[in-house]
Design a protein around this ligand. Sequence first.
Ligand code: PLP
Length: 372
Amino acid sequence: MIYLDNAATTRPFDSVIQRMETFYKEAYFNPSALYAPAMRVEDELEKARDYINNVLGGGGKVFFTSCATESNTWVYHSARKNKKGNVVVSMGEHASGYENAQALLGQGVDVRFVRLTKSGTVDMADFMQKIDADTSLVSIIHCSNETGAVNDLRTLSEAVKRVAPQALFHSDGVQALGKLPVHCCALGVDLYSVSAHKIGGAKGVGALWVRDGIRLQPLIVGGGQEQNARSGTENVAGIVGFAEALRVFLQTDGKQIAMLRQDMQSALAGLENVTVHNAQENSPYILSFSVLGLKAEILQRKLAEQNILIGLGSACASRWKKNRVLAAMGYGMPHIEGNVRISFGANNLQDDMAYAQKTFIDTINALRTNIR
Ligand code: PLP
């Protein structure tokens, strides 16, 4: 099987599973307990926290959550100081951001959605019109899970600090962690959401990086874990596995992945009526394109029959009739209906890709011939 849906989730690395197993079979103690074996577990938890903070550039603290959806939800519901001011969000957010923004809108909050350019990044002119002195929270996805378009967080955050110095700047970094250079402080980010299962860790483990000096209202209260910021016994195995996944992922050859993507893009660009959605700054891990005149679901099914698994935009959005992000980029139904996403991971091999490329092209041609 050739798995090309790594933006949906990844196969956990063997060393991650091994490490997690230890924390299920032997070191299963509650990290909040006060006896020595539990304290050793707590030490491991803290090491994982420090490691992830360091990879993100330091200068903040990592709070573990159950997933990035929770991290994003926490931000939207807690980050507005005194619950005042407007919230500025891009149209390109993952559903876990976008739907929370919609929920705030439903509660009467002044939420402003920023348009995207044709290449999927935030439209700077529209952004400048949406932020003002009353903006209290800005949330912009770092790398789009749909198209791989990378937003220039530094330029955006600088603009925010000029116009609304009190505003908090959040970014959803799920598709960027381990794949793009991330230094939260240098990017001007105050809050950054990440998830383990996109980089070879387990599902159900996320984190929110919070810049030093910022204190968010907890979303989940109870036993006071995570310094009272997020209650609930920590998923120690998952968290230790998260740090291990990041360590291994950072050793994978990003240049090799970029080449695989480039080869695939060149092969597809040779086909008639195929639009590749490529931003100037694009993740090497995601290739989004539309095959005009074909329904993406049919292409996906035909490829699956040949053991190639690809995605349709976001896995969370795959049930949607309409792709919100592509629509925000100004594309109409033919592009939306024919939109597929190939996303690469640490396990993809060059030899597999030669087969995948040929199968893609043959399948698209065969489906088109059948339609005619
Ligand atoms: N944000 C982005 C950009 C994603 O791609 C995803 C997962 O698809 C999420 C958030 C949600 O992550 P999780 O599955 O950890 O809730």
